[in-house]
Ligand binder design. Sequence first.
Ligand SMILES: C[S@@+](CC[C@H](N)C(=O)[O-])C[C@H]1O[C@@H](n2cnc3c(N)ncnc32)[C@H](O)[C@@H]1O
Length: 362
Amino acid sequence: MSNTETAARPESYPMTGGGGTYSYSSNSIYQKEAANFVKELIDEEIATKLDMKCFTTSTSNTLRVADLGCSTGPNTFIAMQNILQAMKNKYHSQGSLPSEMPEFQVFFNDHASNDFNTVFTSLPPDSQYFAAGVPGSFYGRLFPESSLHFVYSSYAMNWLSKVPEELLDQNSPAWNKEKFHYTTAKEEVANVYAAQFAKDMEIFLGARAKEMVVGAMMVVIIMGFPDDIHHSKLFLGQSYDFLSSCLMDLVNMGLVSEAEADSFNIPVYGPSPKEMASVVEKNGCFSTERMQLNDYTYKYDAQTFLKHQRATLESILTKHFGSEIVDQLYQRASQRSAEFSSVLHSSDAAMKNQLFLVLKRK
Ligand SMILES: C[S@@+](CC[C@H](N)C(=O)[O-])C[C@H]1O[C@@H](n2cnc3c(N)ncnc32)[C@H](O)[C@@H]1O
């Protein structure tokens, strides 16, 4: 593999591991239900568009499926089970005999710092596949050439490979002094995030194009937003703004320095369908089988939301501010949660915010 195929060493902010109060596995019901929301669409795509007969040969009867950004579970197990069941259903519907059923190998990928122990100790005992862990960034090669038949990634590709440098450069028009995200920041900041997303996707698609066999399918589920709506309306940004104002409370209390707060940025991006279409077109190796924005509403209360947000942001916050500040930050957020409830239940939170994409390797 050449160096040009991998991005510069990526930053990694894994979800909170283990099974404790603030762990991802205990606080990822949003992602679980959001993925379940599109289960029938995935079943339909597999039933109507995935031709698996050409994947197996006289020397290999194995189908290889990968979940990119699997985190600690349990969502990944549910998704893999559903996908494998849909594949088996397709074989049955084509009149295949049980003896003709392929064997399945499932690759669980995430950053090396992900809590893979939790993944493997909680593997469902009745899982009918060979499981393997693949540590490393999906913004680079992870698998041998032409080895994958199905790729799945849910709520993972929103994470950029790094915080764009310009956000920290005081001489750059994109210096993001008072905010820690782009959604309600100045346009220059949003442009830098968008450019980083496009660069990362170019590497992602380039790597997958090599790894997937012709005819293989890729399903991507991520937070997105409509082309014709300004990103300042995004619920994601409003929720980060709330956290940012709680962080400012800690600055005013003298617990966090202004410089520390100013230099913090969250590398999470939500693309529009137009942006996604443009990176897929530029890559040229995939056909777009389906792309749509779904209305997937966040229907939990503010306290549940804050625990969910903490499970996803804890590692990046701890790296920057230390764990004590993370406790104080979320105590403050919890005290002000009534004020956050109105944002959570505003119409914007129900806006089309789930981008569902199905690609096939040409
Ligand atoms: C919000 S979690 C989603 C987990 C799971 N797919 C689900 O739906 O519950 C995002 C996951 O993506 C992983 N991730 C982010 N960037 C990644 C990268 N470049 N390579 C591999 N994994 C990455 C994170 O470490 C995290 O575990």
